[in-house]
Design a protein around this ligand. Structure first.
Ligand code: NI
Length: 159
């Protein structure tokens, strides 16, 4: 496995819509292993493939200390509610902002062995799924801000 370089804003790869994975082959599995290692090395909660320069619809999310959720071609099929969250991103290092996310989501995807995954998620997991699926569509959390002055340095909450 290898730790990959994380692309940061304004790298154009972050703005491209990632393409569907057609076959979960050796190279896709290697990419997933490397994404997991890169996420864990960076203490991130999630990582999308285009953040490491691979424009494919794959995300990995650290669900708990020893569980990683791998979603291939994820689709959010339902969102319910709204809540204000503080969000950051490995591709926007050092900054966070308050944005609005759905409270719960239902996601459909393939797992790394090709089986169909259907998950209902809430709280931080729902937030992470929305954030990572946004990445696959070329969207960053800063796009939800009316004004870049709404960004604050990580660790310093706004008044
Ligand atoms: Ni991100």
């Amino acid at each position: 496995m290898a730790v990959l370089k994380i692309r940061t804003n304004p790298d154009p790869v972050l703005r491209k819509k990632a393409r569907k994975v057609n076959s979960i082959d050796v190279s896709v599995n290697r990419l997933i292993d490397n994404m997991i290692e890169t996420m864990q090395e960076s203490s991130g909660i999630g990582l999308a493939a285009n953040q490491v320069g691979a424009p494919l619809r794959i995300v990995v999310i650290q669900e708990s200390d020893d569980e990683v959720l791998v979603l291939i071609n994820p689709e959010i099929v339902e969102t319910v509610g709204e809540r204000t969250v503080i969000e950051g991103c490995l591709s926007v290092p050092g900054y966070q902002a308050e944005i609005c996310r759905a409270e719960t989501v239902r996601v459909r995807a393939k797992g790394r062995h090709g089986r169909l995954i259907r998950r209902k998620a809430s709280d931080l997991l729902a937030q992470a799924i929305q954030h990572e699926v946004d990445h696959l569509n070329g969207v960053l959390f800063i796009d939800y801000l009316a004004d870049k002055s709404q960004l604050f340095k990580t660790g310093s909450r706004p008044d």
